[in-house]
Design a binder for this molecule. Structure first.
Ligand SMILES: NC(=O)c1ccc[n+]([C@@H]2O[C@H](COP(=O)([O-])OP(=O)(O)OC[C@H]3O[C@@H](n4cnc5c(N)ncnc54)[C@H](OP(=O)(O)O)[C@@H]3O)[C@@H](O)[C@H]2O)c1
Length: 417
């Protein structure tokens, strides 16, 4: 982004849960602080037959926390609505027309950001739609960027295929893969500690650390999303992305120097590749996979479903710095508490815990605010590289196989694992 450019954010899935709860508020906060640049517009793309006014009225409650009515009005005025479905070329033509209209009105070529906040099964359709309508091509001096939510694929093969589809139209530089945990303040705190506290950083080796545990516990159950969860399970839902990015941030070899994005992405990818189970390595970990009682009675869940709503993987690392250190990854739903933590347990019985859900009591920027700001600036430090995605799917694919060799356990809702 430079301040003279027209920044145009096209939000696919503009009526969805994520858009309503997170993205619109993050865009508003950036708008309020000048973070969207001198000239910005938002195009809300979704299938409901709505006018601009309908959408603005619909989304207004998402920014109800602001008392700055004048700015709220200006922000809402900057949003225009395009009705469309992913499978109709006419929808993309309408979108193309809208982009051209806005460029003419504001007398500037647009730097366009397509944010795919839609169900993952539609990613390829939407990317093909954009590409075939010529919407991935540069406009003036600006190359459009694609922001894509997690999950990127549902296994290694599908992730590779999705990448191939995207790269038909968008260069790899223009792809921003989101895992919003990378924008969380709790992970940033850990990174800062590792960069600034030399004694702490020096203690992070096999000589002093006995084990490191990574947890993402949710107290809610699947909340009626049986169809989604049956295809996903806990390991794919939070393991492949959030837990492994927490793991990577906690164990990577810190990149030297000014820490540009590529070095950070490379360091995180190497950390994940060093886990037993990722890459060509054989799985060696101990696993538990379990399901809460009552899951099979949920809507759209198979009567004999073997999908895990909780998992625990205990493994180690091939990296010489950590060899022999126990790594524990645990996550799931309908558990006793909501908690996301990284716990280093040292051989002298000391512990150091990092709370990733952010219970510090300080007001910190939301993860989406951080990520969208970086995407506007062309900075990828908190975005996920293809290498990270592939290594994490290799790990998950192997452990999914290993689950089949171990009996599924059952637990009561609210169980404290
Ligand atoms: N929700 C979260 O907390 C969260 C967190 C992290 C990542 N994500 C990821 O973010 C993405 C979006 O999640 P979500 O929970 O917001 O999904 P969602 O609530 O199901 O929203 C999907 C959006 O796509 C629209 N849509 C569906 N089918 C369409 C079609 N054929 N043509 C045009 N529009 C269509 C929906 O319109 P209607 O409103 O008319 O149905 C809605 O706006 C997913 O990839 C998810 O994995 C979500």
């Amino acid at each position: 982004m430079n301040n003279s450019s027209l920044n145009l954010i096209v939000l696919f899935g503009a009526t969805g849960d994520l858009a309503q709860r997170k993205i619109i508020l993050a865009l508003f906060t950036l708008f309020q602080g000048g973070g969207l640049g001198n000239k910005s517009k938002i195009i809300a793309f979704s299938r409901r037959p709505w006018s601009d006014a309908d959408y603005r009225q619909f989304i207004r409650p998402s920014i109800k926390t602001s008392r700055d009515e004048k700015t709220v009005e200006e922000f809402l005025e900057s949003i225009e609505y395009v009705e469309g479905t992913f499978d109709t070329p006419a929808s993309y033509e309408r979108l193309a027309q809208k982009i051209t209209d806005i460029e003419k009105r504001l007398e500037s070529a647009a730097l366009v950001f397509y944010h795919l906040s839609i169900q993952p099964e539609f990613y390829e359709l939407a990317v093909n739609g954009l590409g075939q309508a010529g919407l991935a091509k540069e406009r003036g001096e600006y190359i459009p960027r694609l922001l894509i939510e997690k999950p990127f694929g549902h296994d290694e093969q599908s992730a590779q295929k999705l990448e191939q589809v995207i790269e038909q139209y968008f260069s790899s530089d223009a792809i921003y893969r989101i895992d919003h945990y990378l924008g969380k303040q709790g992970l940033e705190n850990l990174l800062q500690k590792r960069m600034t506290d030399a004694a702490f950083e020096a203690s992070l080796t096999k000589d002093q650390v006995a084990e490191i545990e990574f947890q993402i516990f949710e107290s809610i159950d699947i909340e009626g999303r049986g169809e989604f969860y049956e295809k996903t399970g806990a390991l794919r839902d939070v393991g492949q992305n959030h837990l492994l990015e927490m793991f990577a941030t906690a164990t990577m070899n810190m990149p030297e120097g000014s820490v540009p994005a590529e070095n950070m992405q490379k360091a995180r990818a190497e950390a994940i590749q060093a886990l037993h189970g990722a890459g060509k390595d054989v799985t060696t970990g101990e696993v538990v996979h379990a399901q809460y009682e009552g899951y099979r009675e949920e809507k759209d869940v198979a009567a004999e479903s073997l999908v895990e709503t909780y998992f625990s993987i205990m493994t180690t690392l091939t990296d010489p710095r950590w060899s022999g250190v126990k790594i524990i990854l645990r996550g799931g739903k309908a558990l006793a508490k909501r908690q996301a933590q990284i716990i280093y347990r040292f051989k002298d019985s000391q512990e150091k815990t990092f709370d990733i859900q952010g219970t510090s009591g300080f007001t910190v920027p939301d993860a989406y605010e951080i990520l969208l700001k970086e995407a506007l600036e062309g900075n990828k430090i908190h975005f996920v590289s293809l290498e990270e995605i592939i290594a994490s799917w290799q790990f998950v694919d192997r452990y999914k196989e290993q689950f089949k060799t171990v009996p599924l356990q059952f637990y009561k809702k609210g169980y404290n694992f």
